[in-house]
Design a protein around this ligand. Structure first.
Ligand SMILES: [Zn+2]
Length: 97
């Protein structure tokens, strides 16, 4: 993903990253990787997208603390992940040349 930005060989002022709470990196790990990349001088802002699941039985939508949790309404464990697995750049500010 970072490679993709580098290939464009532009200078960036700041980059905003959307990262769902279900992805396995925490903010600290993402920043650590960023700081080791050639984009370390670019400001990285991480926006955490809260996880949301929908129960397959009663269709209740809820925010789980982690992936396998049971529905707070009916106790069923079959749930579809609606949000929380995002990992993409949502905005990139280029430096004025
Ligand atoms: Zn349910």
């Amino acid at each position: 993903m970072i490679d993709h930005l580098l290939r464009q060989s532009k200078r960036y002022k700041s980059v905003h990253l959307a990262a769902g709470t279900l992805i396995s990196f925490d903010d600290q790990q993402i920043h650590a990787q960023w700081n080791e990349s050639p984009l370390a001088q670019t400001t990285l802002t991480i926006r955490r997208v809260p996880a949301q699941q929908q129960c397959m039985v009663c269709f209740e939508k809820y925010q789980p603390a982690r992936v396998e949790v049971s529905c707070p309404q009916c106790g069923s464990v079959g749930a579809k992940i609606i949000a929380g697995e995002e990992f993409y750049f949502e905005s990139i500010e280029e430096e004025n040349a």
